[in-house]
Design a protein around this ligand. Structure first.
Ligand code: FES
Ligand code: FES
Length: 157
């Protein structure tokens, strides 16, 4: 058991009793009260647990909580602007890209990452950036629509 100190969504947080083999995903959901990141596969295959770790997109199910010691994590909760949806979130809702919603938080973080690097991505760039995020419901077309919509709006803003 150990104590973990890290920054989450801009706030310094400490948790006790973290077990050595525990994933960052578990710590975020069960200890830090941030259930936005989902645990669908816990094997790095679905992307539903995507978060930023020191500004790099990772699958939090594959990162040990201990590896986040002293580092900065941003979750889907931190992507939103307080109670206001981020333009990427808003676009997902409007484009009908949220069905069961299980994949959505990971897709939001991955799309956010794409759009900060590539503000006007081609369809191929969108597909590539989101290739690690599985969605069982939408057939991906609406997800592409959502990312295009977000890109347009963010470009116009
Ligand atoms: S839960 Fe982490 S990639 Fe699926
Ligand atoms: S909306 Fe259900 S898995 Fe994507």
């Amino acid at each position: 058991m150990m104590r973990l100190a890290l920054t989450v969504n801009g706030e310094r947080r400490e948790v006790d009793g973290v077990w050595e083999g525990e994933s960052l995903l578990y710590a975020l959901r069960e200890r830090l009260g941030l259930p936005g990141s989902k645990n669908a596969c816990e094997q790095g295959e679905c992307g539903s647990c995507s978060v930023y770790l020191d500004d790099t997109l990772v699958c939090s199910c594959l990162v040990l909580a201990g590896q986040a010691e002293g580092r900065e994590v941003v979750t889907v909760e931190g992507v939103a602007n307080g109670d206001e949806l981020h333009p990427v979130q808003q676009a997902f809702v409007e484009a009908g890209a949220v069905q069961c919603g299980f994949c959505t938080p990971g897709l939001i973080v991955a799309s956010h990452d794409l759009l900060r690097r590539t503000p006007s991505p081609s369809d191929a760039e969108i597909r590539e950036a989101l290739a690690g995020n599985l969605c069982r419901c939408t057939g991906y077309e609406k997800i592409l629509d959502a990312v295009r919509l977000a890109a347009d709006r963010m470009g116009a803003a």
